[in-house]
Design a binder for this molecule. Structure first.
Ligand code: FCB
Length: 469
């Protein structure tokens, strides 16, 4: 950690002139207006309204009321001086039943959003799925049902046909690790399942849905840069014993390989297939070809590393690991170890193992819960966290990795999933009683950095392509 305010000008010098600085959000976490204009519940509405699932039984009914405060929030984004905004589109606004009739009023909201970004000269990075599966699809099995992949393809096609002309990039999924393992195996996120078969089905359906959506997006808008946002684990072995080293390899395959393998190599990892393959759904002819279509970009979300040790318990389920202790005892307020160098180790590792396209850091940021005092929020530790991770990013660029942009998570405090509103990641503070927004110290610092871009005249990022077709 730095002990003084890192000079944004010195940091800016280490980035190419066309590097994109942005801020990120997700629909369910900020929009509220859960019943407005035809929206119906998602699995997160059901989950958060069920006691015991989300801290304080908080839900997304109001959130940051962004749906009703769109113009002022767009002005806020513009005032931060960023060049790009990453947001997600709520499937339950577009197809409230998941399938069936389209809800034009839901799409109208995103029309206003992308028009508003264009009017302000801010690039639009849309994510199609940030965890708000229409609840009606749970009746068929949700992500465990192959039919959900086809429903997703239809939603992707409709949405891109309507909005794609004003998008700069689109991601199919946000963090499939969370919507697969965290949601179907570990039970922490909606729908709260704890079942390996369910999780393995969700895994393949999600990968298939990604591939089907890529096809539909390309058919609708061939030049729109398409990618996926992954939260790969940088796995460190808890020790250098062969058992822990092997555990780390298994963890890599289980947490990362099941997404990177199909998407960037056209195959699931052998270790996973031999341990769990019999419990996977049938992989039909053509599935892996669809899933592994070349992408224009990928997004990495990084917060903290994963440390594992071997779990020697007889019959322990693959990957048979248990958590190993943190190396840095310093954590953010959500309890995640601060370890910026893992971002660098992660990017080097995945690039060594796979052939990857241009990369955006689509999320990075820190949870600190300090509030407003005398009209200001002194969140120096968040500022340091962001500066330290940007410094690692600049090192990666110097080493030649194609890092094209960085999106701070998050634009503003919001509904932090199972943690509800108690955990704050914003560079802008939200007072949930008044909906007042206050730019934090980290936000003002980020603003001074972002405002110096674009500079110079460098080429090559996906956002710079001609998107006229
Ligand atoms: C990521 C999610 C994002 C936010 C951050 C803190 O896993 O993509 O929505 O909750 O963590």
């Amino acid at each position: 950690m730095t002990d003084r305010i890192p000079d944004p000008a010195l940091l800016a010098d280490r980035f190419p002139g066309d590097f994109l600085f942005g801020v990120a959000t997700a629909a369910f976490q900020i929009e509220g207006a859960a019943k407005a204009d035809g929206r119906k519940p998602s699995i997160w509405d059901a989950f958060s309204n069920m006691p015991g699932r989300v801290f304080g039984r908080h839900n997304g009914d109001v959130a940051c009321d962004h749906y009703h405060r769109l113009e002022q929030d767009l002005d806020l984004i513009a005032s931060l001086g960023v060049q790009a905004y990453r947001f997600s589109i709520a499937w339950p606004r577009v197809y409230p039943d998941g399938t069936g009739p389209i809800n034009e009023k839901g799409l109208d909201f995103y029309d206003r959003l992308v028009d508003g970004l264009q009017a302000r000269g801010i690039k639009a990075f849309a994510t199609l799925y940030h965890w708000d599966l229409p609840l009606m699809l749970a009746g068929d099995g949700g992500w465990t049902a192959r039919s959900t992949a086809y429903a997703f393809q239809r939603y992707a096609r409709t949405t891109i046909a309507r909005l794609g002309d004003r998008l700069d990039a689109v991601a199919t999924f946000n963090e499939p690790w969370c919507s697969v393992w965290l949601s179907h195996l570990y039970g922490i996120h909606a729908p709260g399942e704890r079942n390996m078969e369910a999780a393995l089905h969700a895994l393949h359906t999600t990968n298939l849905a990604h591939g089907l959506a890529v096809s539909a997006i390309r058919e609708e808008r061939p030049k729109l840069p398409v990618g996926i946002v992954i939260n790969p684990m940088h796995v460190y072995a808890g020790s250098d014993t062969p058992a822990d080293q092997a555990a780390a390899e298994r963890a890599f395959d289980f947490h990362n390989g099941v997404f990177f393998g199909p998407i960037f190599k056209g195959a699931y990892p052998d270790t996973v297939l031999s341990a769990l393959g019999e419990r996977m759904p049938p992989i039909e002819d053509g599935d892996l070809a669809l899933i592994s279509q070349p992408l224009d970009w990928w997004g990495v979300n990084y917060y903290t590393p994963m440390r594992v040790a071997d779990d020697p318990t007889e019959g322990a389920e693959f990957p048979a690991t248990k958590p190993a202790p943190f190396v840095n005892q310093e954590t953010t307020d959500i309890g995640w170890e601060i370890f910026p160098q893992a971002l660098g180790d992660l990017i080097r590792t995945v690039n060594a193992r796979y052939t990857l396209p241009d990369c955006y850091i689509t999320e990075n940021g820190a949870c600190y819960n300090m509030g407003v005092e005398d009209g200001a929020v002194d969140d120096q530790p968040r500022l340091d966290y962001i500066a330290d991770h940007l410094s690692v990013t600049a090192d990666l660029i110097a080493e030649g990795y194609p890092m094209r942009g960085y999106f701070a998570w998050s634009l503003m405090d919001n509904f932090e999933w199972a943690e509800g509103y108690r955990m704050r990641f914003g560079i802008v503070h939200v007072d949930y009683d008044t909906q007042a927004r206050t730019i934090k110290k980290s936000g003002l610092w980020y603003q001074s950095l972002a405002r110096s871009f674009p500079k110079g005249n460098h080429g090559g990022s996906v956002g710079a392509e001609d998107r006229s077709s």
